[in-house]
Design a protein around this ligand. Structure first.
Ligand SMILES: NC(=O)c1ccc[n+]([C@@H]2O[C@H](COP(=O)([O-])OP(=O)(O)OC[C@H]3O[C@@H](n4cnc5c(N)ncnc54)[C@H](OP(=O)(O)O)[C@@H]3O)[C@@H](O)[C@H]2O)c1
Length: 347
């Protein structure tokens, strides 16, 4: 099998292809012949050595990657839910940048025939993240005002779709005019292009009383204002910090990181209680130890997919060999939808 291995933290050149012995699934595991691999912004943070759960679960060297689609190649002892040859997709805790991957069975799902492998590979990571944020943490109700940052991206697009299907009034924020249509296509009722307009003045115009839910993966650039625009009884959900990261070059600026770390708002529980606003945060990779949550989330998402209530993201495809180019692009902050790598097995 062939996989991408990162031996030391750094830029794109650290993504190195290596040949390794074929894998064997252990008890309760499924060996998947990988056809398509979803690229996530977090893969870049893993490559840079700044992703806590990568340090916790793997260390160095590491093969990045959180999501794949492919075909079942072998089954570990005790796996009766799948048969060899089944078309599947799923989430992994790293190791997805490979031509084969072993996945615990609770992280593997049958691929619906209506979704091809390319689109399926770009689906589970971002939609499970969005599902957890909105369904598990926020208890959406129709008419709620929801502000989604980076609404044309992977997680942001999924958040927009899920909030809209719950009847919420969604204001999507994007960082460039070329993203407005994509955020609108996900269902955003209004889109703010923060590269051309005053983000918070516009956000106030759309919701003078504030937002029931604000979803923020920007971190320091917007977090304080995001909290200030949550209305009483509302929630701020934090799930990333990408404004601390470089948009080019592939290496963090450690001086900026330190300053941004110091500038990141600290929330005061006394004030939060007085203001009657909640702040929540999570990382999906820690939730893979909660099979019941993944199963529940994916069951609901697959139901919505079948009913046409959500649809997979627009995908830009790269040959697996162009993984460095894919990292460079997603890091630039200019992409729309998902980037997916295609292995030779995709045929
Ligand atoms: N906690 C979790 O479980 C979890 C799971 C998945 C992803 N995430 C986080 O969610 C975020 C989105 O991930 P994704 O894979 O779906 O990526 P994405 O949204 O497809 O791409 C990232 C977007 O963030 C904005 N951005 C990127 N770099 C930036 C920078 N340096 N400064 C300002 N804005 C920047 C850009 O959108 P705009 O310019 O339009 O804002 C860019 O398109 C990431 O922060 C990721 O780490 C968290």
């Amino acid at each position: 099998m062939k996989k991408v291995v990162v031996h030391h933290p750094g830029s794109y050149e650290r993504l190195v292809f290596e040949e390794h012995p074929d894998l064997e699934p252990g008890p309760g595991e499924v060996l998947v012949d990988v056809h398509a691999i979803g690229v996530n912004y977090a893969d870049c943070i893993v490559r840079m050595g700044l992703y806590s759960s990568a340090r916790k679960y793997v260390g160095w060297p590491i093969t990045p990657g959180f999501e794949v689609a492919g075909r079942v190649k072998r089954l570990g002892a005790g796996v009766t839910e799948f048969a060899i040859g089944d078309e599947v997709f799923g989430v992994t805790r790293f190791d997805a940048y490979a031509t084969e991957v072993v996945i615990p069975k609770h992280q593997v799902f049958p691929r619906p025939s209506s979704v091809d492998a390319v689109h399926a590979a770009g689906f589970p990571g971002v939609f499970l993240t969005a599902h957890y944020a909105l369904v598990e943490l926020c208890r959406l109700r129709p008419g709620m005002k929801v502000l989604v940052h980076s609404a044309a991206g992977g997680v942001g697009g999924a958040l927009t779709q899920i909030a809209r299907l719950h009847g919420c009034d969604v204001v999507g924020v994007v960082g460039g005019a070329h993203k407005i249509a994509a955020a609108g296509a996900h269902g955003a009722n209004a889109v703010i292009d923060k590269s051309h307009s005053d983000l918070w003045r516009e956000a106030e115009r759309h919701a003078p009383d504030g937002y029931d839910v604000v979803l923020d993966a920007n971190g320091v650039e917007t977090l304080g204002d995001s909290y200030q625009h949550v209305k009483p009884s509302g929630r701020l959900v934090i799930y990333g910090f990408h404004t601390m990261m470089p948009r080019s070059g592939g290496r963090p600026n450690y001086g900026k990181l330190a300053v941004d770390w110091l500038r990141t708002p600290r929330f005061n529980p006394l004030a939060m209680t007085e203001q009657n606003r909640s702040v929540m945060a999570f990382n999906l990779s820690y939730l893979f130890d909660r099979p019941e949550l993944l199963a529940e989330g994916m069951r609901e998402l697959l139901g919505w997919l079948a009913e046409g209530k959500v649809r997979p993201h627009e995908v830009r495809v790269f040959p697996f060999s162009e993984v460095r180019r894919a990292h460079e692009l997603i890091e630039s902050g200019t992409t729309v939808g998902k980037l997916v790598l295609l292995t030779d097995a995709a045929g």
